[in-house]
Design a protein around this ligand. Structure first.
Ligand code: HEC
Length: 268
């Protein structure tokens, strides 16, 4: 079972107070930081993926010694051995699972039907996995693709999407573990957009945040019809870090340390 933390939905208005009070703060009002190495319990395990995805769906084909591309997903041991840090047959420059890096893992490209894959989207012939199911595989990889347990990798963004519908911009950031709702405020996030004609980033000062379990939704409540790209900067400074539910500061995709500042640029 995926351990789901039930976190109340909290919509943060522009007037929301930044640091918050009470829980998880020390006597100076600063978030309590744990100096011990992370021991995460909140996150997806290989056992869980084996039960719900690899064993339940993929083994219709990926079983036994004649498994397609030699990829056997018919036991937890085989899934680990044939996936993690193993070069893909169809794209040997990529690993099937690149620990810590879902976007560079061939399995994710095959599951999402990304452009550039050889052969078909998986499961071949469909029905395809939902983005929610694919995100569980992304999360496991983002957390370091641990053989057992939920991994000691630092919680990070494991998927990001943004779109513009009728001029209104929204973005959705999926994290590899659940977030501590109160730790995310508008102070942790900078937004700007670029318009085709200027190329100079323009700050977006008004936006709404919604933190729900493992996702952070950003909605810009105004229409910006000429925006062609959005830049999201996640800031997790020591004083007001974005925390996961185990009180560890999150990190970005390319860095293995807690905290810091991360930029994501997306074409709309
Ligand atoms: C209906 C049969 C079938 C199912 C079900 C299926 N696959 Fe495949 N898979 C194939 C075939 C055939 C290939 C090789 C041809 C191709 O890529 O289109 C393949 C290739 C792959 C590859 C490329 C391996 C490499 O090293 O090049 C990956 C990764 C993969 N499958 C993952 C999965 C996963 C994960 C699932 C379950 C979610 C799945 N497949 C379900 C038939 C299937």
């Amino acid at each position: 079972m995926v351990k789901k933390m039930l976190i109340p939905v909290l919509a943060l208005g522009l007037t929301a107070c930044g640091a918050g009070t009470g829980k998880n703060l020390d006597n100076q009002g600063l978030p309590i930081k744990n100096s011990e190495p992370p021991t995460q319990t909140n996150g997806v395990t290989l056992a869980n993926l084996q039960q719900h995805i690899f064993g339940a769906i993929c083994t219709n084909c990926h079983s036994g010694s004649n498994a397609p591309r030699g990829l056997r997903l018919d036991s937890e041991e085989n899934s680990y051995a044939f996936l993690v840090s193993r070069a893909a047959d169809e794209a040997p420059e990529l690993m099937r699972v690149n620990p810590g890096n879902p976007d560079a893992s061939y399995i994710i490209r095959k599951l999402e039907g990304a452009s550039g894959i050889v052969g078909g989207r998986m499961p071949l012939g469909g029905p395809y996995l939902s983005q929610t199911q694919i995100n569980t595989v992304r999360d496991w990889i983002a957390n370091g693709a641990p053989r057992t347990g939920t991994g000691t990798g630092i919680t990070k963004v494991s998927q990001i999407k943004s779109e513009k519908v009728e001029g209104e911009i929204s973005a959705s950031l999926h994290f590899s573990r659940a977030l501590e709702t109160d730790s995310v405020t508008e102070k942790n996030i900078n937004l700007s957009y670029t318009a085709a004609d200027t190329n100079t980033p323009v700050a977006i000062n008004k936006f709404n945040l919604l933190v729900l379990d493992q996702s952070l939704e950003i909605v810009v409540p105004q229409t910006i019809p000429n925006a062609t790209a959005i830049t999201i900067t996640l800031k997790s400074p020591n004083e007001t870090p974005i925390l996961d539910t185990e009180q560890h500061a999150i990190t970005g995709n390319s860095d293995h340390n807690e905290g810091g500042e991360y930029r994501y640029e997306h074409q709309l």
